[in-house]
Design a protein around this ligand. Structure first.
Ligand code: BES
Ligand code: ZN
Length: 608
């Protein structure tokens, strides 16, 4: 008897329905078609509070249970709609807490109702939300809230079927204190004033990981007829200038891959604790302020997030094992947009940088994690967020483009977005589409065996052609000359950000303090205003023991919470141990408080 109970407990603590490896949802029996959110943003309690109405579609006659995903949610009451339209209480049960998946919420239903209502509130530690006190914003006048739902954090602020294959439309009614503007990944009226009462609607079906909300002191500036930017007032002008090419980018993307199907495309600049570079929330890309470099040199990030309006948001990976379908396709499209807008010189440099990050990361990954198709069961889906999905995925599509030529490959890609729009796709779907189109029409160009190698084997196939950049060759030559002969002057006058990154990346790790100081003084690298350049410089400073960079490094780590920057810096410091580790720990001791939960959970294990 006890054994049976234990077994039952064990089964209940795992996702009860192994349909999506990271979700409890029983979407094959019943799925959410529409969500109506009614929430109050309570900055004092650090909670979202209200209810979610879920409109259901039933797929199996005998089904009587709805399974949803939650994490750290307090479920107060669950109601079910009767056929006469009245609400009646329903019995529900929260399962055991699973470290990765949270808690399954099962609702026992009398029949197959059209709708359930869940009254709930989130907790301050919600992994998908960051609550910033006013002191950590630019003006210091109002607190700030933002969400980051990808990959499986939507469940920490909405009880939902948190699986990328489940799509639904949504409406929301959001209340905030007056003076604070709320925005969502939905219709946002640029005319809205900060009244504290907002209504949103998203009429295109989206997966839960694209649910997003931000609320704070936000001002708006148009960039074009269907694009604009939201930012804290102090950043608004700089941001609008940086992203001036956004509208043109949408036009170029449309000319390559078909109509932009989401209505408006706005950008929202978040406080510097945003853990990522960007997040492709539909109609409203979320951005780190660290891309505002002052010279528009980092706008490939906008190209990337915009590209997701096709790859990812229109055609969505069926589950996180096929993440490369989102990010590899997007990285390829991103590079095409950069080429069309800014020319091949820049696109080539960015491809060389992409291949370089892949080369650096591959040796750190287990062979099975070097394949494009992953097996992330029982693992955090965020483990798949590495150079393989992005850069190896990009490289596969580039290789196909080279083999078939653009006149055939471009329509192929456009067809993939058209036929799969507003649905999800697995690698198997991609293979089928390819077999029915390009492989059938030109069987000799790119073989099934080559394709399988990219998808399932570690590393990069030997047939892959490396990107070339004459500009980078010149940087390499200049660096070599300077390393050989200290009296050489570096031709940095017209170096772009990318050329600087190339230069720094290629410096030896054991450069003398004197030569590091020479560079630092000549080019102001410690405390450099371009976060990418500063980051690359600090990596070299740590490795070479150039401790003069520490005060600016500490400032960087205190100010910025973007995981791509702070995690490697703490890792480099920890690797050196001793004094560097002491410095890392003391910096983190004060910085941690304003890092996002996602950044914290990555850095914590490094310094403990
Ligand atoms: N969708 C990703 C961000 C993401 C992926 C968040 C997985 C959580 C889990 C976004 O489009 C992205 O790729 N951002 C990159 C920038 C890009 C230019 C490579 C980032 O944040 O660094
Ligand atoms: Zn992306």
């Amino acid at each position: 008897m006890i054994r049976l109970l234990l077994l039952a407990l064990l089964i209940m603590s795992l996702p009860a329905h192994a349909r999506d490896p990271h979700s409890y949802a029983n979407a094959d029996e019943v799925s959410v078609r529409h969500l109506m959110l009614d929430l109050t943003v309570d900055f004092e309690a650090r909670q979202l509070r209200g209810f979610a109405d879920l409109q259901l579609q039933w797929h199996r006659q005998e089904a009587r249970t709805l399974w949803l995903d939650t994490r750290d949610l307090v479920i107060e009451r669950v109601w079910v709609v009767r056929s006469d339209g009245a609400w009646q209480p329903a019995t529900f049960r929260l399962g055991a807490t699973h470290a990765l998946y949270g808690q399954g919420l099962s609702v026992a239903l009398p029949g197959q109702p059209q709708k359930v209502r869940i009254e709930y509130h989130s907790l301050p530690q919600a992994s998908g939300l960051q609550w910033l006190p006013a002191e950590l914003t630019a003006s210091g006048r109002y607190p700030f809230l933002f969400s980051q739902s990808q990959a499986i954090h939507a469940r920490s602020w909405v009880p939902i079927q948190d699986a990328p294959a489940v799509r639904f439309t949504y409406d929301a009614h959001i209340r905030t204190p007056a003076g604070i503007l709320a925005r969502m990944s939905a219709s946002n009226d640029p005319q809205d004033q900060a009244t504290g009462d907002y209504r949103f609607s998203m009429t295109q079906p989206i997966p839960a990981y694209l649910l997003a909300i931000a609320a704070g002191e936000l001002a708006f500036k148009p960039l074009g007829p269907r694009s604009g930017i939201y930012a804290e007032p102090a950043l608004l002008d700089a941001a609008a200038d940086e992203f001036v090419d956004t509208e043109r980018m949408i036009d170029v993307a449309e000319s390559l891959y078909g109509p932009y199907r989401w209505g408006r495309y706005d950008l929202l600049v978040l406080p510097a604790s945003f853990p990522f570079g960007g997040m492709e929330n539909p109609r409203l890309t979320f951005l780190t302020p660290t891309v505002i470099a002052g010279d528009r040199s980092l706008v490939s990030l906008i190209a990337h997030e915009l590209a997701h309006s096709w790859s990812g948001n229109l055609v969505t990976n069926s589950d996180w094992n096929h993440f490369w379908l989102n990010e590899g396709f997007t990285s390829y499209v991103e590079n095409r947009l950069v080429e069309a807008l800014f020319g091949s010189r820049q696109a080539d440099m960015e491809r060389v940088l992409s291949e370089r990050s892949l080369a650096l990361e591959l040796p750190e990954l287990a062979p099975t994690d070097q394949a494009l198709v992953l097996d992330l069961a029982d693992r955090d889906p965020d483990d798949g967020m590495n150079a393989v999905a992005y850069d190896k995925g990009h490289w596969l599509l580039r290789t196909m483009e080279q083999r078939y030529g653009r006149p055939a490959f471009d329509p192929f890609l456009r067809g993939w977005f058209d036929r799969g729009a507003f649905a999800s796709a697995s690698t198997e779907d991609f293979l089928q589409y390819w077999r029915q189109t390009l492989l059938r029409e030109r069987p000799d160009r790119f073989s099934e065996a080559e394709m399988q190698q990219w998808l399932h084997q570690p590393g990069v196939p030997a047939h892959a052609q490396s990107a070339q950049s004459a500009a980078f060759d010149a940087v390499d030559a200049a660096r070599a000359a300077w390393l050989q002969d200290p009296t050489t002057t570096l031709p940095t006058g017209d170096w772009s950000t990318h050329e600087w990154l190339r230069f720094l990346d290629g410096l030896p790790d054991d450069l003398s303090n004197a030569r590091m100081a020479e560079l630092d003084q000549a080019f102001g690298l410690s405390g450099h205003g371009n976060a990418e350049i500063a980051f690359q410089w600090y990596v070299k400073a740590i490795r070479s023991g150039y401790v003069a960079a520490r005060p600016s490094l500490a400032d960087f780590l205190q100010r910025i919470g973007r995981r791509k920057f702070v995690l490697p810096l703490y890792q480099e410091l920890a690797k050196r141990g001793g004094d560097d580790l002491v410095f890392a720990r003391s910096t983190y001791a004060t910085a941690r408080a304003h890092y996002h939960p996602i950044t914290r959970s990555s850095v914590d294990p490094v310094l403990n």
